[in-house]
Ligand binder design. Structure first.
Ligand code: URA
Length: 211
């Protein structure tokens, strides 16, 4: 199914439509679609790259090792996970077989852009004040063009729908850093990016001061 014939009005309808998606070839080798998860009216939307092996099997986003890093960093940044909606730029697990192992493969621009259609619908339903993009794939999924993470880190970019975008690294990057000190520094920077998202959120909530 390229796109549903009836309008999508709820997250349940969105998940059902995503499950029938054939907009790119990735549905063929995945176990199932992995829809976003979280409250219907979240303040924060966190966008990852694509489901990993564990997520593909569970049908839920960020339940594997990268999810554990994300959970810890959200807590360190003072962001309640219950207030965040977590999703991915690409909703099916892209991988290649190496023996019996399924190795993660980065989605290409075509796959990201085809799946953007679902992410846009998701954002339209959720209307979060702040979107956090975890890595370049997520950022491309949100803005629809390539984004230089290094240049955009530390800023909150206004999006066309009135929300703000904070771009940071993908937590799986931290899992691959071997040097302990490098890992610690990179993690602290990741937490600082999430704190920026929390600050932007708090600023948006604060009532305008009376002159
Ligand atoms: N990495 C992602 O980008 N998303 C997930 O759901 C899990 C790992």
């Amino acid at each position: 199914m390229d796109r549903p014939r009836t309008p999508i009005r709820s997250l349940a309808e969105l998940a059902a439509a995503e499950a029938a998606c054939t907009r790119c070839p990735l549905y063929r080798d995945a176990t199932q679609v992995v829809p976003g998860e979280g409250p219907a009216k979240p303040s924060l939307l966190i966008v990852g790259e694509q489901p990993g092996d564990k997520e593909d099997l569970a049908g839920r986003p960020f339940v594997g090792p990268a999810g554990r890093v994300l959970d810890a960093a959200l807590e360190a940044a003072g962001i309640p996970r219950a207030e965040t909606f977590v999703t991915n730029a690409v909703k099916h697990f892209k991988h290649e077989m190496r023996g019996k192992r399924r190795l993660h493969k980065k989605p290409n621009a075509y796959e990201i852009d085809r799946c953007r259609w679902w992410l846009d619908l998701e954002r339209g339903l959720l209307r979060p004040a702040v979107v956090v993009a975890l890595g370049a794939t997520a950022a491309r999924g949100v803005v629809g063009r390539p984004v230089a993470i290094g240049k955009m880190r530390g800023t909150a970019m206004p999006l066309a729908d009135g929300s703000r975008l904070v771009v940071t690294i993908h937590p799986s990057y931290l899992l691959h850093i071997q040097d302990r000190e490098d890992k610690r520094v990179a993690y602290q920077r990741f937490v600082a990016d999430l704190r920026l998202a929390a600050t932007v959120l708090a600023e948006g909530r604060r009532p305008a001061s009376v002159a």
